[in-house]
Design a protein around this ligand. Structure first.
Ligand SMILES: [Zn+2]
Length: 247
């Protein structure tokens, strides 16, 4: 099967074979439906998407799947972007406390003006002791949960998903030289990335948020018929859905 991508000139040429030629562009666009109908009848094309693109079924299938994959890629990007942001915040707090607590402790211990205020000094040591304990717990938590490794993974996953999403959108618009070759290349890339992401334990809640982000990106409805209005699942959705969380 071949792809028929017609420029305006080609459409006019093709058009003139079946219907008398019309010179102005508006007339061509208006009568395009008639042209497509005649071309379909003549067996020259299999199907048609859009006004200016005439293509066969296989290409239409590739494009539809590419849009589905774009939703998936945007969802993955959103999930890792959220994980990245929360981990980034926690590592900043951990690192800030690691510097601030010893400095403030040294200052409190050596400040002469505090000698005259034993109650204030005691309070300062109490607060700093609690901050030091929090810092220690955060450092332990980050070691056990491997925050730094996860942060690096999220950052790379965000970049990969963004690149894939843009590539799928290009295929969806058929804005590529060879749609078959491009589709197969991106599909193997997607499978490779998915095999890594599957170890990252994406929760059902994250899947809902990811799907919502993907649907908003390509302006599509969920299979439940809802069109998500926000990237976050509403606190109390009026219509519930296990896929998108509801609206
Ligand atoms: Zn839904």
């Amino acid at each position: 099967m071949t792809t028929f991508r017609y420029s305006r000139g080609v459409i006019r040429r093709e058009y003139s074979r079946v219907i008398p030629v019309k010179s102005d562009h508006a007339a061509v666009v208006v009568d395009l439906r008639e042209l497509i109908g005649k071309l379909l009848l003549a067996g020259r094309i299999h199907t048609c998407i859009g006004r200016m693109v005439i293509e066969d079924e296989e290409v239409r299938d590739f494009r539809a799947k590419a849009w589905d994959n774009a939703i998936h890629a945007e969802g993955t990007r959103e999930v890792f972007s959220r994980r990245f942001n929360s981990l980034y915040r926690l590592t900043r707090i951990r690192d800030w406390l690691a510097f601030a607590v010893p400095i403030l402790l040294a200052f409190t211990a050596t400040a002469e003006w505090l000698e005259a205020e034993p109650a204030a000094k005691k309070l300062m040591f109490g607060i700093l002791g609690a901050a030091a304990a929090a810092q220690l717990l955060l450092a332990l938590w980050s070691l056990i949960s491997r925050w730094d490794d996860n942060l690096a993974y999220c950052s790379r996953a965000m970049r990969d998903s963004y690149n894939l999403k843009e590539a799928w959108k290009k295929i969806g618009r058929n804005d590529v030289l060879d749609i078959r070759q491009e589709y197969r290349m991106r599909q193997s890339q997607q499978e490779n990335i998915d095999s890594h992401d599957v170890q990252q334990n994406i929760s059902p809640k994250e899947k809902q948020i990811g799907l919502r982000a993907g649907l908003i990106e390509v302006q599509r409805k969920c299979i439940c018929g809802n069109e998500p209005k926000s990237r976050n699942v509403p606190f109390w959705p009026r219509s519930k859905c296990i896929h998108c969380g509801g609206n």
